[in-house]
Structure formats: C-alpha cells, structure tokens
Design a protein around this ligand. Structure first.
Ligand code: ADP
Ligand code: MG
Length: 723
C-alpha cells in the first residue's frame, strides 16, 4: 500500500470506528487492589509475627530478616498461583526512563519428570539479569556483565494480567556486581533516607520529641495525546520518534481554547474507564481525568502516594496507558511535544514531605506565621532551588522536553520558586528580620445568595512558574510527560536534605540565645538574604522576566539539554550527592554519560527519520505532483489561454531546497569524531536540530502546495481532530 493510500484509508476507517465495548463495569469495591500483594493481603496470609516484621519494613524501611523473607515468599507464591500465575519477574527501572523485566517460571522438575513449583526467600530477594545490556555509563566494562536485582519490600508486588495468563511482578532495585546503582530506584530510596536524617535533626532541634520516619510523597499529573491508530500507522515519525517531524500548521489549532476541560469524546471516555479499571485492580488510585489544552490531549492524575510507590506506579501507568490505548484503536503519545505549534505534554510532580507524628511539613495551616516547622522546611526548599537550580533543570533535561522548555513554551527554562502572595510577603518580611501577620484569603463573595460561600485560598495559582507552592506541597511543573518521576524526586529530596542540614547547623547556634521563634527568624533571614532572589511571583513567560532573572537576579536560563546536563559535572553537585550519600561521584558521572548518550541517540534517530521520510515519501509525492502539473501544462499547449505556472515553480524551488537541506543533514550525521560527550551533545543541539528544522521548513511548505490526494503523511488537522 503506498503512503497516501494508507492515509486515505485511515481517514475513511475512522468514520466507522465505534467505541470498544468493555465488559460491564464493576464497582470500585470489587476491583480495588485485587491484583496487589499489599499489607491487607499479607495480614490475611501471614502469621502475626511475620506480618509485624514486614509491616515495619514497609512503613519505616527497617531491615527484614531472612526467615521472614522466606515466609513472605511462600505466601506470595501461593497467592500468585491462586491467580493463575506461572511466572514471576523482578521488575526494575534502568537509567533510561524505561521499565525492565526478566521473567522466570515457578516451575522446577524432579527426577520423576514431574513439575512442581518453587519460590524461596532467596529467589524473592535476589535476581540476576545480565547487566551488560543496560546503559551503565562506563560503570561496567562490556565483559563485566553481572548485575543483580533485589526485592524492594516497600513497594508492593502485584500480578500483571494479560488475556492469556498472568505474571507476578516484584518491584526491585538494580545494581552492578560491584554494588553501584544502575537504576532509578536506589537513588530515590537513598534520597528519602538522606532527607529523613536531615529532617530529624531539624525537628529535634525544634524541640520535637517523638519523630516518626519521614517520607516524601508524590502525586504526578500525566498529560498525553491520543491519535487514531490507523493514522499513526501512516506516520513512521510518530511510531519511531514519538513525535511528528513534519506537518504544516492546521487552519485551526488550540486558539479557541475550546478543548481544555471540554466534553470528553466518547471513544476516549471509554478508553479512560477501561484504563482506570486496570489501574484500580493494581492499586493505583486514579483520581482525575480531563481534556487538556491541545486538541487530542488529555490528562490523568492519580491520588498522591509515598514517592517510591508513586514512582513505580507512574512507570506502570505509562505502560498500561500505551497498552490499553492500543486495544481501543489509539496510539498513546507520551512525548513532550508530539505536534509543533500546539501545547506539549508535561507531568507535574506534586511533592511534599512528612510523617505520622508531625504530619505534612509543607502544610502551612491557617497561620503559617506561627508554624515554625513549616517555615523552616519551606525555606529549605527555597534555598535548594536557588543553589541547585541548574541541577533541577538537568534532571528534567531530554531532547523531547527541550521543545517545551526553553524559548518555545512554558514553564520556562529558568528555575524560580512561586510562593503565592501570602507566603511571599511572609518570607520577604522575614528577610527584613520580622515575622509579620498573615491574612487569610477571606470568604468568597460573588453576590449570589444561593451559592454557598467558601474560604478562598490565601494565594492564587501561577501556571507560568516551573516550581510552584500549591497550598500544601510544591509542584515541579517543568517535568516532561515521558520522564520517570524518580529523577526529579531524587533531586528535590536531596537538595532538601542538604538545606535542612545547613539549617540544622545554623539553628544550633541561633538557639543558644534562647527563643525558638527568634532563632528561626535569624536563620531564615540569612537564608532569604542569600537565596530570596529565586522567589518570583510574576509572569514567567514574559521577556521582562527572562532579562530580569538573568541580569538582575543572577539566575540561569538553560534552554537545551546540551546546556543543562553539564550541571551533573559541577563540583558542587558532585559534593551534594556524595555528602548526602545519594550517589557516589562515579555513579553520578555514569548518569551524565547515560543521559548524554540518550540525548544524542534520540536526536540522531530523528535526524535519520527526517532524511528517510524526506527522501522516500515527501520528495516522491512532491515530484509526482510537479510532473503531473507539467504534463498537464504541455497537454494544454494548443489552448489560446496561457496558464499561470508560478505554483509549479514554487513547488520546484521547494523540492530543490528540500534536497539541498537533506544533503546537509546527511553530511552532518556522518560526523563521528567527537572528543567528549559534551562536544557531541552540543553538536546535536547546535547543528543537527537546526538542520532538521531547515528540512522541515521546505517539507511543510510543500504540504501546503501539493494536491491533498497525493500527500503521504496524515496531516495535523487529521491527527489532532479525527477520533
Ligand atoms: P491541579 O491540576 O490543580 O494541579 P490535580 O488534582 O490534577 O491538580 O493534581 C494534583 C496532584 O497533587 C494529585 O496527584 C494530588 O493527589 C497531589 N497532591 C495533593 N496533595 C499532595 C501532597 N501533600 N503531596 C504530594 N502530592 C499531593
Ligand atoms: Mg497541576
């Protein structure tokens, strides 16, 4: 089937598509967490003693003894087999943002040839996949392949169902034989521990006597696009690169603002409900869903959970979303910028820290000016974002996310903190040496008696800020939709730990003079003098802010991944991770290498696709149009009217431009002699990306000239509006 036939058939198919019928929906109570080996299941299946031990590990991270692990393994196997499971898998999270799994059978055969099932504590605790094929950033030589996965009891095991079987999935960490972290979970667990240790110090200096283990929480809002699968099949760029590398802007985009929170199309609604039922079975608390800003764009946000569990659930959610979309005849795009010119997709990471004794330490309560613990923790975040802004930019850096950040779209590539009116004023007062009074938001009055009045929030929201306080948490809004939330969480926990350690040191001295409130003001005044510049409540998209941030506030504007990743090589960042015990210098260096390589690979794949599609689809379509025009013209030679050939000339010029720019891109792609990864990533950002755009310029112009019936690639209007 030729390219344009695929497009035309897909369009005619869509007209007849029906929402996929799903089985009668079951009630939440009947499906909630039925496929999860959680504490409730364990309480039913384990002895009191074993349950107490595992519960302590889950809730506080305390060590688990081997005997209990054996008991848990046996119960886990029985539970899984009762659900039809024959295989188990340690599931882990390599540095690529992906999820990896190696499946093993429960089966063993005995000398009589009978098959029995076996699963011991040691099989549960440790798996051994070949580590050499995962990116390790020079942590392992190619011949040194041994890697281990190890059970993380703090994230519940679950059963992954397919239409034809089920597998027991065991969330795991992944390390090299030499004990270095090769994954995204180990640093997250370590960053939690570092944050807990530092927070304990501050809280006990503040006179708290009973302090439970602190944990970080995460609620992630996932944005995504759905494109009809038939149309997507005719777009190799969507299939291989996750975004459109070509496409002229449609006559109508998102300018009417009529999609955001609009009525959800029925086929999409049916997909969402099917998908959410699968999430519920796996204990993932899907909470909100709605249309997003761009046509064809949607969002799902589960309720927040402990960061480690939320991070595992996020990975699972992305996997299930793609699978379920396929079933419903959609391609689910998690790419940060699938379509130029319309909104991209982010993943706001809502983050807070707390415990069962002091509660959420980022909750100001009704009187933040009297909530000293809150002020210290919030101040610690301000310091962390100011000191380590470039690190926070680095952990969200990817070729894809660069299209959202930087110049093109918000949130901006300058890291600042939004506090809201009330808190901003409070912290600015503290900078002057005093804690002022705080006003509440007051009652909402719109002059209609029948509408019940309610308490207004003390501050508005600011959607232009990359890092915003939203009432009882911070929302890191610059995270990309396809990214693992682990990197951002690790960075936030670690900078918080560092700042709390700094605060603890200062507080100790300040407390010698006596009064707690005075001591807090002394410490936070110094903190605000040093770091208050990062607080910004205005319009983060404006050009004034871009100038002011850099020239007056000394903040960095870091538009591309090539500019951002070197922050991981900054001595202060190396020291940050080493002193908090989150990553050794070698582990951190390996991350720079892996991320740099990922960046290079994704841009090279795109560049190759641009060359390929340019030559094999766009050029032939444009040429056949041009030749049909010229043939027609020559067939008209006998007519007395002289035809206007200017359009044909423009087509010809753009074809020549297309070929010339493809030639330049091919030449650039052939360059391989780079001295360092740093040089290579800059080459991608400075040379390959602009050349791809040059090719696209000609191709998109051709799309607006060539006869529609000949055009091989589904158009923006079709992909965004047909479903
Ligand atoms: P919005 O789109 O208004 O930002 P949503 O309701 O879509 O808000 O998403 C907010 C997310 O923040 C949800 O996942 C929610 O559970 C989460 N959240 C709420 N409170 C906290 C908290 N204290 N810590 C972390 N996440 C939180
Ligand atoms: Mg949000």
């Amino acid at each position: 089937m030729s390219g344009n036939q695929a497009r035309l058939m897909a369009i005619s198919d869509i007209v007849n598509r029906q929402p996929l019928a799903v089985e009668t929906p079951e009630s939440l109570k009947d499906i909630w967490a039925t496929d999860v080996f959680n504490l409730a299941t364990m309480e039913e299946m384990l002895s009191k003693k074993a349950f107490k031990a595992i519960k302590k590990t889950v809730q506080t991270g305390a060590a688990l003894d081997a005997a209990t692990a054996d008991v848990v393994a046996a119960a886990m196997k029985d539970w899984a087999i009762s659900k039809g499971v024959k295989f188990f898998s340690h599931i882990f999270y390599p540095m690529t943002n992906a999820t990896a799994e190696k499946h093993d059978g429960f089966i063993v055969t005995n000398p009589d040839g009978n098959a029995i099932t076996e699963f011991t504590g040691s099989l549960l605790i440790k798996g051994e996949p070949d580590g050499s094929s995962f990116p390790n950033g020079s942590l392992r030589m190619t011949n040194a392949a041994r890697g281990y996965t190890a059970w993380d009891p703090t994230s519940p095991a679950y059963v992954m169902q397919t239409d034809n079987g089920a597998t027991l999935m065991i969330p795991s960490v992944f390390m090299s034989w030499t004990g270095e972290a090769l994954d995204k979970k180990i640093p997250l667990l370590r960053s939690n521990a570092a944050m807990n240790e530092a927070a304990q110090k501050v809280l006990s200096l503040m006179g708290e006597t009973e302090i439970a283990t602190l944990n970080s929480s995460c609620g992630a809002e996932q944005e995504y696009f759905l494109v009809d699968a038939g149309l997507a099949a005719a777009r190799p760029d969507l299939l291989l690169a996750g975004r459109s590398l070509f496409g002229a802007p449609p006559a109508k985009g998102q300018e009417f603002d009529d999609h955001y929170f609009g009525a959800i199309p029925e086929r999409v609604q049916v997909f969402m409900q099917d998908f959410e039922d699968r999430l519920y079975r796996l204990g993932i608390p899907a909470k909100t869903h709605h249309n997003e800003v761009a046509p064809g764009q949607f969002e799902i946000a589960p309720y927040f959970e402990a960061a480690n569990v939320a991070s595992d659930h996020q990975q699972l959610l992305m996997t299930l979303m793609k699978q379920t979309a396929k079933k419903h005849g959609f391609l689910c795009l998690l790419h940060e910028k699938p379509f130029a010119g319309v909104n991209g997709s982010g993943k706001h990471v809502n983050w807070s820290v707390g415990n069962s004794t002091q509660g959420n330490l980022l909750d100001p309560g009704d009187t933040p000016n009297k909530n000293l613990n809150f002020l210290l923790f919030c101040g610690a975040v301000i310091r962390g974002v100011h000191l380590y802004g470039p690190l926070l930019r680095a952990v969200i850096a990817s070729a894809a996310n660069d299209h959202r950040l930087g110049a093109n779209e918000a949130p901006p590539a300058i890291l600042s903190v939004y506090l809201g009116d009330q808190l901003e004023k409070l912290f600015m007062d503290i900078k002057e040496g005093a804690i002022g009074e705080t006003a509440s938001g007051g009652l909402m009055d719109i002059g209609l008696d029948q509408i019940l009045s309610f308490e207004r929030d003390p501050g508005d929201r600011n959607r232009t800020s990359p890092f915003a306080f939203t009432g009882n948490r911070f929302e890191f809004r610059a995270v990309g939709s396809s990214q693992s939330v682990s990197g951002p969480l690790v960075a936030m926990n670690t900078v918080l730990a560092d700042s709390l350690n700094w605060i603890a040191g200062k507080l100790e001295t300040a407390l010698e003079s006596g009064d707690k409130a005075d001591a807090v003001v002394i410490v936070l005044k110094e903190l605000m003098e040093l770091h208050g510049n990062v607080v910004f409540g205005g319009d983060g998209y404006s050009s004034e802010w871009h100038t002011m941030a850099v020239e007056e506030r000394g903040l960095k504007n870091i538009p591309t991944t090539a500019d951002a990743l070197p922050a991981l090589q900054d001595p202060a960042v190396i020291e940050l991770f080493e002193s908090t015990g989150v990553l050794t210098p070698v582990e951190l260096a390996s991350r720079f290498e892996v991320y740099a390589e990922q960046y290079v690979l994704s841009i090279e794949v795109e560049a190759k696709l641009v060359v390929d599609l340019g030559k094999t689809r766009i050029y032939p379509a444009a040429m056949s149009y041009l030749s049909s025009l010229t043939e027609t013209f020559s067939g008209m030679a006998g007519l007395s009217v002289s035809m206007d050939t200017s359009l044909a000339t423009t087509v010809g010029e753009n074809i020549n431009g297309l070929l010339a720019s493809i030639g330049k891109l091919e030449e650039a792609l052939a360059k391989h002699d780079f001295e360092s990864p740093n040089e290579h990533i800059c080459f991608c950002a400075d040379t390959l990306c602009p050349l791809m755009l040059e090719v696209r310029g000609f191709a998109d112009t051709l799309e607006t000239l060539v006869a529609d019936e000949l055009w091989p690639l589904p158009k923006y209007s079709e992909m965004l509006f047909l479903r």
